[in-house]
Design a protein around this ligand. Structure first.
Ligand code: SF4
Length: 293
């Protein structure tokens, strides 16, 4: 069970450039994370909340969730991560960041923590195509992503990548190529898929009004997942299927009607009725009866 916490820092890329065109920080940061309270206090606040909902059974991962959680002075970062793992309930660390904020020094420090407790990095990869990274204003290339993953992987750190689907300049084949990259990289343990969402007061909103590009509705998005999942090897975990946001009123376009329960039901029904299985078009195959029990 991952407990979202915040270092309380602004994303350095946003401070430098205005940020990724789609990014609106208050769409993904919870209120308690915005209040600049200590890591210890955030964990003390959020762990009991989730334990009440899910029971006391599951191990807790401290999830440095927002902005770029490997940016900053390395000794200060070390103290923040140490505070998190010193919490009596915490059994692992998950740290989200950008590819250009991974270097050997950071990776070595994470490897030290990884000796004591499992450490995972969530990396904003988004796509394997530089044209798409430019469209999104990411400010890094796939070469930067590949370099970051290799630095981490060679140090024994497990990497999960975030991927945005249905970026307007991408074809289905482009998206498949991103999946192929994930399959081929041995250091990537899993993916988080996101549907592209346009938030108010972002550069993407201006582009959306100007270019009127198409964003899939729920049915189209589920069909897209149904098309892509068979190409994703069965040994790559899928941690997320949709963009998650705290406040729907901030969304201009790309929202789906209903809630995640409804989306999952529709996805499950679509996959089941069409016998779609993750990895079925790769070398790592699973039978329908193994999965739909
Ligand atoms: S790197 Fe992340 S937090 Fe920073 S601007 Fe881009 S999406 Fe936002």
């Amino acid at each position: 069970m991952k407990m979202g916490i915040s270092l309380g820092l602004e994303c350095p890329y946003r401070m430098r450039t205005g940020g990724c065109y789609f990014c609106r920080p208050d769409s993904f940061i919870a209120k308690y994370q915005r209040e600049h309270i200590s890591i210890q206090n955030q964990l003390d606040y959020v762990i009991p909340l989730y334990k009440n909902i899910y029971g006391d059974k599951r191990g807790v991962f401290a999830y440095f969730q927002d902005n770029t959680s490997t940016a900053g002075n390395i000794e200060w970062l070390r103290r923040q991560y140490q505070t998190a793992i010193s919490h009596s309930d915490v059994e692992g660390l998950v740290i989200s960041t950008r590819p250009d904020y991974i270097n050997i020094e950071i990776s070595d420090m994470l490897a030290e923590f990884n000796q004591k407790i499992p450490v995972f990095i969530e990396l904003g990869m988004q796509s394997v195509h530089n044209k798409s990274l430019e469209f999104l204003g990411r400010g890094h290339t796939i070469e930067d992503t590949d370099n970051a993953i290799n630095i981490l992987g060679k140090n024994g750190i497990s990497v999960f990548v975030h991927i945005i689907l249905a970026i307007p300049c991408e074809t289905k084949q482009d998206m498949r190529e991103t999946i192929f990259y994930v399959n081929e990289n041995p250091y990537i343990y899993g993916v988080k898929f996101h549907n592209l969402v346009v938030y108010k007061d972002t550069k993407l909103e201006q582009m959306y009004h100007r270019e009127k590009f198409h964003l899939p509705d729920l049915r189209e998005y589920i069909h897209l997942l149904g098309y892509l999942l068979p190409y994703l090897q069965g040994n790559k975990c899928v941690l997320r299927l949709y963009t998650s946001y705290k406040d729907r009123s901030l969304v201009v376009a790309g929202d789906f009607k209903g809630d995640k329960g409804k989306w999952n039901n529709e996805l499950y029904f679509y996959l089941k009725t069409n016998n779609i299985i993750q990895g079925s078009k790769t070398d790592k195959k699973y039978s329908v009866t193994d999965i739909y029990k």
